[in-house]
Design a protein around this ligand. Structure first.
Ligand code: NIG
Ligand code: FE
Length: 396
């Protein structure tokens, strides 16, 4: 997938396949990718691992949007949704994000790190080797720092790379005595400098929605976070529109969700360089329509697919199942789906060392026991990678 364009639609002829291929890696990095026999002759490696039978090798998947650091369960919210209540209604009556905030505040750093590492392990088993993880269930300076510390600790206890994002602007906490602008100002002056000082995250996210933050308040916040040196992203157009322009104007790295995006929002995104990250797991968890992935690609944007794994809107936590379902619903080519899970997802995290199997990149490799890459999406997430290497080492 070395030569795939960063944006726009992709056909399956663009999928680069190397029959009888091999990957040479050393000290966690890929040295060369090519025909096995040729690599053997050219480099004469000291150790060769030859997989018996037929395998398809791909770059480790990158889940560019998750909230896997949380405590508690929202099964009750799920039951209420099945009986007809909306996500926003449930949030107003004791469920929703605030419910998870209370449970997460009660948990210790070690408990949260353990829960996060367990969830990361499940993703690694699916072939995900890089996982973005948001805070956002602390919503005070002290509690957000606790969560980011827990993510850092979990990173040491999992094979995947965990990429932390500060989502202190998830909702206006019920116990904050002030307006949304005052809360965001408080985060900017008290939390973000500490996050930088402790090197806990270099990404900042905000949820722009009716029950969360307004476009206007988000704009000031994102620009200030950028000034401090953070990469900025946003949760936008999940239930109501208006975030595409904000994303373009503030040059966020990505705009995530987009289930409510209409033609106008798509046209705005097509004019800029913001990466759309769509989250089929949130549509499946909420019973909402999928984001218009086909239309976005046709309009010429990039497309990334992430799991959004969280206790409220997206409890499934299976990226491959979700990507394959989105593919069938939205008519995405297999190449578009794989690009959305690998090379294009790396761009959404500003990572230049992964997402493609090529010399110089880290050796994040997954191998499925099949002779045809098409089998993987065809089996709708039930064919799991038999082998996962993270920076050259077999994941445990
Ligand atoms: O991406 N939309 C906002 N945040 C999460 C949901 C968080 C939750 O419900 O706990 C999301 O869907
Ligand atoms: Fe999210």
């Amino acid at each position: 997938m070395d030569n795939l364009p960063e944006k726009g639609k992709l056909s399956d002829d663009q999928m680069e396949i190397i029959p009888d291929g091999g990957i040479l890696h050393q000290n966690g990095k890929i040295i060369a990718v090519g025909a096995f026999e040729q690599l053997k002759k050219q480099y004469n490696p000291t150790t060769i691992e030859r997989l018996e039978g037929n395998y398809v090798g791909l770059p480790g998947m990158i889940d560019a949007h998750t909230h896997i650091c949380w405590a508690g369960s929202r099964a009750n919210d799920y039951a209420l949704r099945l009986s007809g209540k909306s996500y926003l209604e449930i949030a107003e009556t004791g469920g929703g994000i605030w419910n998870t905030v209370q449970k997460t505040r009660e948990a210790s750093i070690n408990e949260l790190a353990e829960l996060t590492a367990q969830r990361a392990k499940k993703l690694v088993e699916q072939g995900v080797t890089t996982i973005e993880v948001k805070s956002g269930y602390g919503l005070s300076v002290e509690q957000e720092l606790k969560i980011l510390e827990a993510i850092k600790l979990a990173d040491k206890n999992t094979d995947a790379d965990l990429i932390p994002t500060c989502l202190a602007a998830h909702i206006l906490p019920k116990d904050f005595d002030g307006t949304e602008t005052e809360y965001l100002q408080h985060i900017i002056s008290k939390l973000l400098p500490e996050v930088l000082k402790r090197k806990l995250a270099n990404r900042v996210d905000i949820f722009v929605e009716k029950n969360a933050f307004s476009v206007q308040a988000a704009k000031t916040y994102l620009l200030k976070a950028k000034e401090l040196g953070f990469d900025i992203v946003l949760h936008g157009d999940q239930f109501s529109v208006g975030s595409a322009l904000l994303a373009n104007e503030t040059s966020t790295l990505s705009i995530d969700h987009l289930e409510a995006a209409n033609e106008q929002e798509i046209a705005i995104l097509a004019k800029g360089n913001v990466i759309p990250v769509v989250l089929p797991g949130a549509s499946l968890g909420l019973g909402e329509p999928f984001a218009p992935a086909r239309k976005l690609l046709d309009a010429g944007t990039s497309l990334v697919i992430a799991s959004d794994w969280n206790p409220g809107s997206a409890p499934m936590g299976n990226l491959l199942v979700q990507a394959t379902i989105l593919g069938t619903a939205e008519k995405l080519t297999m190449t578009e789906v794989w690009a959305a899970l690998t090379c294009r997802a790396a761009k959404a995290l500003n990572k230049t060392d992964r997402g493609i199997l090529k010399s110089g990149n880290i050796a994040d490799i997954i191998a499925f026991k099949t002779d045809d890459y098409k089998e993987i999406l065809y089996q709708q997430g039930q064919l799991k990678p038999e082998k996962v290497w993270k920076t050259g080492k077999m994941a445990t």
